[in-house]
Design a protein around this ligand. Structure first.
Ligand code: HEM
Length: 210
């Protein structure tokens, strides 16, 4: 007689598949933009376009990461199992964005990098955002969650600072007021406000009841 597989293996496999598929799909924008750049189809300044596209995808993945909880609470759609992959994709894109800036834009000139960090506020903010993402990426594994306990939740609240910084970085990087960074900043503000307000409202309601 055939032994039945334990329920968890039957459930886990398709799930892991979907997460890997998300990683694969997540890297497509980087691969396709790189391909366009390599084949001369990325406009007059391919390095700048590549750098900008990677920055845009970094902030998009940060936004998607922060959409997971409101989506569950408001619409009942539970995509929590994809949050780690989305957060890590945001980190990889921010790292690639920085690498293109450092290697292709500044030709690995660390003096220029340091001068930029000191003199250009949007670079200072971008660098701080990337630095804060490093401990989050390094602790995005089950072992760290178990080891850090409640500290893990506190540490990962840094993502709110990173995304707020990302919005400011985007606004300052474009040097004028086109619609795109403003829309991103407003949406990010909504996501952050949503996280603050319900808790306070709940507390107020509880106080009123007593
Ligand atoms: C959390 C980290 C970061 C995020 C989310 C992010 C995101 C972005 C976004 C959305 C843009 C605008 C793209 C556009 O114009 O369409 C941008 C531009 C830019 N970012 Fe970042 N960035 C980050 C970190 C960094 C770091 C660490 C550096 C370099 C030290 C950097 C350097 C730049 C530069 C130079 C531009 C302007 C490119 C131009 O001249 O148009 N960014 N970034």
């Amino acid at each position: 007689m055939l032994k039945q597989k334990p329920a968890f293996t039957r459930k886990r496999r398709p799930l892991q598949w979907k997460v890997w598929l998300l990683y694969a799909a997540g890297f497509l924008p980087a691969i396709s933009t790189f391909y366009l750049g390599a084949t001369g189809s990325l406009g007059a300044d391919p390095v700048k376009s590549f750098e900008q596209s990677l920055g845009l995808w970094a902030i998009r993945f940060l936004i998607l990461t922060l959409c997971i909880t409101p989506l569950r609470d408001i619409a009942g759609i539970n995509l929590l199992r994809y949050r780690r992959a989305l957060g890590l994709l945001a980190f990889y894109y921010a790292l690639l964005h920085f690498t293109v800036y450092l290697v292709l834009d500044q030709a690995l000139n660390f003096q220029v990098l340091l001068a930029d960090i000191a003199r250009r506020p949007f670079i200072t903010i971008g660098m701080a955002g990337l630095a804060l993402l490093v401990p989050l990426a390094l602790t995005s594994n089950n072992w760290s969650i178990r080891r850090l306990g409640k500290g893990w939740i506190r540490l990962h609240r840094l993502v709110y600072l990173v995304i707020a910084g990302g919005a400011v970085h985007f606004l300052l990087a474009v040097k004028s007021w086109p619609a795109e960074p403003v829309i991103y900043a407003l949406f990010i503000a909504l996501l952050l406000l949503w996280r603050i307000f319900p808790r306070r409202l709940r507390k107020t309601t509880l106080k009123l009841q007593h």
